[in-house]
Write a protein that binds this ligand. Structure first.
Ligand SMILES: *Cc1c(COP(=O)(O)O)cnc(C)c1O
Length: 242
């Protein structure tokens, strides 16, 4: 029985991936974005290894995780899937930075100098530089992590000097808005900052915005990487989490 349940789950995940990918392609076309210019990051936080494996077997390679220990445990459990690209997208406490530096390929949530410095220092020299995005607080809420747009230039300059980080772009998690127009309005200043930044450095190619609930606005605004969890893996159950 357990095997049948897992197979049903795998089929659902694979169908969801096809649907989300088609939606992304459709939106890219609708908003005159180049085809293939929006990557899909599958956000697998709280989901079991079997869910990641199902997505992998459907062709998905980039996975996003939010919790350090969970991310590292999954990384170790799935080393046989050698071409998985691991993205850390959650808040980073400085005492956990080493685990991230030693395992992840990308970090989207660089939000302060101390974390950037530690990740660079702790990145093993035999690994390529860690790809990073600076997290920008675009909703102006105290509760949301990230640098403000006025602090962005200083953070860019800092990260550019760190030898084991490679700055790839910007990331944001906006507060929920009531309408597509409001979502677009919140993204607009960030999108403009990203365009300016990418002109100054050819390695900067990533605008990490868009989740299950706001893909049209994010893709219209210029997202190059959408981070989708629920629409691929279903609702999350946090009841078992401390
Ligand atoms: C959970 C999470 C996502 C995915 O959210 P969904 O609404 O499930 O698509 C994307 N980005 C971050 C930073 C997240 O924490």
């Amino acid at each position: 029985m357990a095997i049948e349940v897992e197979n049903i789950e795998a089929k659902e995940i694979q169908a969801n991936l096809v649907r989300v990918s088609q939606q992304i392609d459709h939106l890219a076309q609708q908003y005159q974005r180049e085809s293939g210019s929006v990557r899909l990051l599958a956000v697998s936080k709280t989901k079991p290894l079997s869910a990641l494996e199902a997505a992998y077997h459907a062709g998905q390679r980039a996975f996003g995780e939010n919790y350090v220990q969970e991310a590292v445990d999954k990384y170790h459990a799935l080393t046989h899937l050698s071409d998985v690209e691991w993205h850390f997208i959650g808040p980073i406490q400085s005492n956990k930075s080493r685990l991230i530096a030693e395992t992840m390929h990308w970090v989207h949530s660089i939000d302060r100098e101390k974390i950037a410095r530690r990740l660079s220092e702790q990145r093993p020299t035999e690994l390529p530089p860690l790809n990073v995005c600076i997290q920008v607080n675009i909703s102006g809420e105290d509760t949301k992590a990230g640098v403000t747009l006025s602090e962005l230039n200083d953070m860019v300059a800092l990260v550019a000097e760190l030898p084991n980080l490679r700055l790839r772009g910007l990331m944001a998690i906006p507060a929920p808005q009531q309408s597509h127009e409001a979502q677009c309005a919140v993204y607009q200043p960030l999108a403009q900052a990203f365009v300016e930044l990418s002109k100054s450095d050819s390695m900067i190619d990533t605008l990490s915005i868009g989740m299950s609930g706001d893909l049209p606005a994010a893709i219209q605004a210029g997202s190059t990487m959408v981070r989708v969890g629920t629409a691929i893996f279903g609702e999350r159950d946090y009841s078992g989490r401390a």
